[in-house]
Every structure is written in structure tokens, then in C-alpha cells.
Ligand binder design. Structure first.
Ligand SMILES: Cc1cc2nc3c(=O)[nH]c(=O)nc-3n(C[C@H](O)[C@H](O)[C@H](O)COP(=O)(O)O)c2cc1C
Length: 376
């Protein structure tokens, strides 16, 4: 009922607004609500009849980080880390904050986020964020909440490629105390040259520099590499070489897609629009799921995979999990499905477990990866 009202009455109005403005208002609204007494409890009512969906069958261990359920808010939704308690109250197990760059950065000129159809978005934000010091100050206020926080690390637009390892290391050094796990983002299409850092040599030195920072703190935390959906399987193999060689935790698959052919599915005018497409697009969703399946086929559980791209409900979350993802992330669907998306997805996962007589969601990670391999 509430979902119907949201989708048929509220969403058509939101879709007319500037997408980024809506997002900013919701994020700041959640920030305000989470700070007032009983605010998080109010959000739990909003999400699902006054309770978080908590069930031992949904628990997963992501590279040793214990998550109450497999759903994480993906990078880009709360870039500066101001609504973590609220997103947790809404049913997510974790929030990946960022992408954070060493220094503050305004990002590209507005408008830079476009709704192509309900649930499908192009963004070219360009790592707008307040910088590592400000994000550290924000995250300080969540330290006693014990909510697992992921931190996505990037570089400033004007950091040249040969300075990239230093830039990633600087963010890691400033944010190390606040993250349960870290992600090296080398796959955003909106920072010129960033995707070339997915090459083996460049990636090895970036990852090594972040590991050196962790070593200087005395303990390594799980470190993931986030990849683009356009990579060939051969290019994915190179990334896996880096992950295995350095003993990293795993891969986040995938970032947004920048292919004109995918954008043009919404009208020829979008083909050349700069930016990455995300959300409820079948072609994009399958591109990212096939990367999850491929990585699983090559590693069979020896590393962890976070699946992201078009997750909006239990069906699409399960697709990623069956393909090999230990946890999944949601970004675009938080707008199109509404703030109850995590609660509904978790309930749907529980229903599926019941129906199929499966004891725990972690038992089916990768159980059907072959079905999702792109054989073309
Ligand atoms: C508005 C917006 C901003 C994003 N910003 C980032 C970012 O800063 N860092 C990053 O790694 N991914 C970023 N992404 C990509 C998402 O984390 C995710 O990989 C992608 O959107 C696919 O997931 P979805 O279909 O659930 O949106 C962003 C996506 C959107 C829509």
C-alpha cells in the first residue's frame, strides 16, 4: 500500500525535480532525523512496521566484517558520511561512504545527474566531496554506534597519475580509524584518466601504498578494488592477479556503465551524454552480474565479492548472491523504490530462504554462478 502510494504518486513528482537536489534533501533530512531523540525509531516505522528486519539467516561475513544482512548502501549515496545511523535504521547493514578524495572538490558543473526513466540514472558528479579531513570529522560522531562503515577512496581530479598512490594513501591514512573495510575506486567514468588506473602496474602500486598505510597502523583492514562493468574478462583477470598477489579482500563489481549503446536505449539523445548509467537497466544489470559470476568462477570463494548494479529488490539481490556476491549494494533504487527498499528486500530474501529450504543466505553465495556467465 505505502509502496504503491510512493511509486504512483510521490515518484512521478520526484522524477520531475532535479535528481541531485532531491537526493541532497533526503540525505540532509535523514541526517536531521537521526539526531533527534527517537529519530532512528521513527525511521524504523517508516521502513517496516517499527522494526529492523533482523534474522540470523541473513547474517554474512564480508572478509571478516560481520554484517547483519547482505545489503549495503553503495558509494555515492552518502559521500560525506552524514546519514549512517539513519540508513542503518532503514535496514541496511552498512554504508560505503565516499568516494573521498584527499582535498575537498566541487565536482562537475550542474546539472550532472539525470533521470532517464524511473529507476535509471546517468550521473557525472565527478567526486564532489568535502575531502578526507571533513569526512573524518563526520565519521567521528558515529564511532560509538558500531555500524560497519566502508570507505571508498579516490584521488582529486588534478592529482596526476604518477601521484595517485600518494593520493589514495593519504585518504586511507586519514580515514583508517573509521572504516571497517576500504575500497579503491579506480572505475568512476567521471574523473578523466581514472579508469586507466585499473591497469595492473598502476593498481599494484596504489593498493600497495594503501596496505603500507594500514601496516603503519599495525593491522590491515579488508581492502577491495571497485571495477568498471565494461572490462573484458582478460582485464578482470589482471585485477584478480593484483588482488591475489597482494592478498586483498576482494572486488566490488561494478561501477556505472559509460557505454553510449546502453544510454541510447533511453533515446538517441542520451548516447553522447557524458557520465555513467546506473539502476534498473537490464543490460547494465547483467553486465555487472556477469562480472560477479566471472570473478566467482575464477576464485571460488577465496576472495569476497560485493555485487552492485541494478539491485532493487530480493530478486535482483539474489541474482548477484547466486552469481557469487557475499554482499550487495544499492544506490539508484533508494530513490526509485523508496526508503523501505532494504527492509522489503530483506523480507523477500527470508521468504525465498523459507520456500527453498535454505538455512542461511551465505549458503547460496555463488550457487548458480554458471547461469550468469556472459558466454559471448
Ligand atoms: C549519483 C551517484 C553517485 C555515485 N558516486 C559514486 C562514487 O562516488 N564512488 C563510487 O565508487 N561509485 C559511485 N556511484 C556508483 C554506485 O556506487 C554503483 O556502483 C552504481 O550506481 C551501480 O549501482 P546501482 O545500480 O544500485 O545504482 C555513484 C552512483 C550514482 C547513481
Amino acid at each position: 500500500m505505502a509502496t504503491g502510494i510512493y511509486k504512483h504518486l510521490v515518484l512521478p513528482l520526484l522524477d520531475r525535480l532535479d535528481s541531485e537536489t532531491w537526493h541532497e534533501r533526503v540525505r540532509h533530512g535523514l541526517h536531521t532525523v537521526e539526531q533527534v531523540p527517537l529519530g532512528p525509531e521513527f525511521l524504523e516505522i517508516l521502513a517496516w512496521k517499527g522494526r529492523r528486519v533482523v534474522d540470523p539467516r541473513l547474517k554474512v561475513s564480508l572478509a571478516g566484517v560481520q554484517l547483519e544482512n547482505p545489503l549495503i548502501v553503495g558509494a555515492g549515496w552518502d559521500k560525506s558520511g552524514i546519514s549512517i545511523r539513519a540508513l542503518y535504521a532503514l535496514g541496511f547493514a552498512s554504508v560505503e561512504v565516499g568516494t573521498v578524495t584527499p582535498r575537498p572538490q566541487p565536482g562537475n558543473p550542474r546539472p550532472r545527474q539525470f533521470v532517464l526513466s524511473s529507476g535509471v540514472v546517468i550521473n557525472r558528479l565527478g567526486f564532489n566531496n568535502p575531502g578526507a579531513d571533513a569526512v573524518a570529522a563526520n565519521l567521528e560522531s558515529y564511532k560509538s554506534d558500531n555500524i560497519p562503515v566502508g570507505i571508498s577512496i579516490g584521488k582529486n581530479k588534478d592529482d596526476p597519475e604518477d601521484r595517485a598512490p600518494l593520493a589514495y594513501a593519504e585518504v586511507a591514512r586519514k580515514l583508517y580509524p573509521y572504516g571497517s573495510y576500504f575500497v579503491i575506486n579506480v572505475s568512476s567514468p567521471n574523473t578523466p584518466g581514472l579508469r586507466s588506473l585499473q591497469r595492473k602496474e598502476a593498481l599494484l602500486s596504489i593498493a600497495q601504498s594503501v596496505l603500507d598505510v594500514m601496516d603503519s597502523y599495525g593491522a590491515r583492514k579488508p581492502l577491495f578494488i571497485k571495477i568498471a562493468p565494461e572490462l573484458s574478462y582478460q582485464e578482470v583477470d589482471e585485477i584478480l592477479d593484483v588482488v591475489l598477489q597482494l592478498g586483498l579482500a576482494g572486488v566490488v563489481a561494478t561501477n556505472t556503465v559509460a557505454l553510449g549503446d546502453v544510454k541510447a536505449r533511453y533515446g538517441e539523445g542520451w548516447r553522447l551524454q557524458p557520465g555513467g548509467l546506473s539502476g534498473d537497466d537490464e543490460v547494465f544489470r547483467h553486465m555487472s552480474t556477469s562480472k560477479v559470476a566471472y570473478i566467482y568462477s575464477q576464485t571460488k570463494g577465496s576472495i569476497d565479492i560485493i555485487g552492485v548494479g541494478g539491485v532493487k529488490d530480493a530478486h535482483t539481490a539474489l541474482e548477484k548472491i547466486l552469481a557469487g556476491a557475499t554482499a550487495v549494494q544499492v544506490v539508484t533504487a533508494i530513490r526509485s523504490e523508496g526508503l523501505a527498499v532494504a527492509a522489503r528486500t530483506n523480507l523477500g530474501l527470508l521468504e525465498w530462504l523459507d520456500k527453498n529450504g535454505v538455512k542461511s543466505i551465505s549458503n547460496v553465495v555463488g550457487a548458480r554462478y554458471e547461469d550468469f556467465l556472459d558466454t559471448k
